[in-house]
Design a protein around this ligand. Structure first.
Ligand code: FAD
Length: 447
């Protein structure tokens, strides 16, 4: 790790710098604490200096100084990632992007924004023009759009629009490079995937064009079922109902609802629930579908009512794990994509693991039809047992996106992305961006 940062600090005179050790330590951490495997690996990792740029020119200046003195640089949005994506393994500069939060323009279906913009703030402003964010993580109140593109995958809205990696959900990015003379590169079309979901290892994003969706008033509904597989079938049927306009279909097997303190009175003991965000205009046909599957409405709120107090969005996606862990901090989680829309494997896993792996489903659109993904809440005992659980899922054909590793490829598609590696060789020849996270770079001499 860098020894003397004084020359670098001198080069950055006039920029917003944080040198207080406590503040630096806080700005070096994220939510990897959901993983008992990552906790001991990352707890003591900190940067040496935080810089908070206000525009692209300042980002270029920081990049140039880091290259000149060969100091690692780790980009940070709001630090809500779950895999230690923005935790610096080798110290150096933390580049906090939250002061770059402007919206440059909004057109029908598209917005151009700076990366440090919080997603809720972006949504609020674009909604005034009749357009909203297509998908957002359940951390949308604090998470930045740059962090979502750099480290996220999908969320509320993915039941209709798929995931970030689906073509069309990210239009363009501008990135600052870490070459001897840093420059700005604009990537459009499929080239955006050279930096999207690269954990900030492939350039510093300074501007993004984000596709939007038409605004609807989103009603919120809890539907309960006495049988989990009926709840799952209902969730899949709703997600595949093209005529019903929806934003969230989240299914939780008992006893997960018992972790939702504020919702408990609406969900009978032992019941399984499906949490929904649905266009108000689709409530009537939704009633017919609920009847068809024998569900019971636990509560139903109009968009206006849902905008006050609790929102079901903050019980979905990884907020489900957050609520469970706030009751029992020994719980952890997994992320799984089930192979097709046939629920037989899901049923098998439900009976096989029982309460040890509690099923939490998020329905997503994958290549044109709905599929259940699972963010199972897991009763953790040992790392060995966790790995057995993962291996069992994989042996049955379920794909695990392992949230217990900070290595980019191991948590994702498990394959080396040669395009990303080639791009990194060009834009970050000294390997200074978020070092230690990209396997392709670490093992490039063997490739
Ligand atoms: P950070 O954590 O600060 O950064 C994430 C990654 O992006 C880091 O590797 C960082 O280096 C990189 N990065 C940040 N800014 C830039 C930039 N300008 N240029 C280049 N790289 C950059 N994720 C989901 O996808 N869906 C969910 O529904 C979801 N739910 C969550 C619920 C909870 C309770 C928690 C704790 C996390 C959840 N997450 C989810 C993970 C995370 O909140 C989101 O991915 C979020 O969008 C990350 O944004 P951030 O600003 O906090 O990014």
């Amino acid at each position: 790790r860098p020894t003397n940062l004084n020359p670098l600090i001198t080069d950055l005179a006039g920029l917003d710098l944080i040198t207080d050790a406590n503040q630096i330590a806080k700005l070096s951490q994220d939510y990897y604490t959901f993983s008992p495997v990552l906790q001991p690996l990352l707890a003591d990792k900190t940067g040496d200096l935080v810089v908070r740029p206000v525009n692209e020119a300042e980002v270029l200046k920081v990049a140039a100084a880091c290259v000149k003195f060969k100091v690692p640089l780790t980009v940070r949005g709001a630090g809500t990632g779950n895999y230690g994506q923005c935790v610096p393994l080798e110290g150096g500069v933390i580049l906090d992007m939250t002061r770059m939060n402007a919206i440059h323009w909004v057109k029908p279906g598209l917005a151009c924004v700076e990366p440090g913009l919080k997603m809720a703030a972006m949504d609020k402003q674009t909604r005034e023009t009749g357009w909203e964010v297509r998908m957002a993580p359940s951390t949308y109140r604090t998470a930045t759009i740059g962090g979502f593109i750099g480290g996220g995958s999908g969320g509320i809205g993915s039941v209709t629009y798929g995931q970030l990696r689906d073509r069309g959900n990210l239009q363009a990015v501008r990135v600052v490079t870490m070459e001897d003379q840093p420059r700005v590169i604009e990537l459009r079309g499929d080239d955006v995937y050279k930096v999207a979901h690269a954990y900030g290892t492939n350039g510093i994003i300074t501007e993004l064009e984000i596709p939007l969706a038409p605004v609807y008033p989103w009603a919120e509904v809890i539907v309960t079922f006495s049988d989990f597989m009926t709840a799952a079938r209902f969730g899949l049927a709703l997600s595949n109902s093209d005529g019903l306009i929806k934003k969230l279909v989240c299914g939780c097997a008992a006893p997960i609802p018992t972790y939702f303190a504020a919702l408990r009175s609406y969900i009978p003991d032992g019941a399984h629930c499906v949490l929904l965000m649905i266009a108000e205009s689709s409530l009537e046909p939704l009633g017919e579908l609920i009847k068809e599957f024998g569900g019971t409405i636990g509560y139903q709120k109009t968009a206006q009512e849902a905008s006050k107090g609790i929102t079901l969005a903050e019980y979905s996606w990884n907020h489900t794990t957050l609520h469970a862990r706030s009751v029992d901090s020994s719980l952890t989680y997994l992320q799984t994509l089930l192979p097709d829309d046939n629920l037989a494997l899901l049923e098998h896993l439900y009976h096989h693991f029982k309460d040890e792996v509690m099923l939490h489903l998020e329905f997503l659109r994958v290549a044109g039809s709905a599929r259940p993904a699972a963010l199972q809440v897991v009763r953790y005992t040992t790392e060995e047992r966790l790995n057995q659980i993962i291996a069992y899922h994989e042996s049955k054909g379920a794909f695990i996106f392992n949230p217990h590793t900070y290595i980019l490829e191991d948590g994702g598609m498990k394959a080396i992305d040669i395009e990303q590696l080639k791009f990194k060789e060009m834009v970050d020849p000294y390997g200074l961006l978020n070092p230690g996270k990209m396997r392709a770079w670490l093992e490039r001499s063997r490739l």
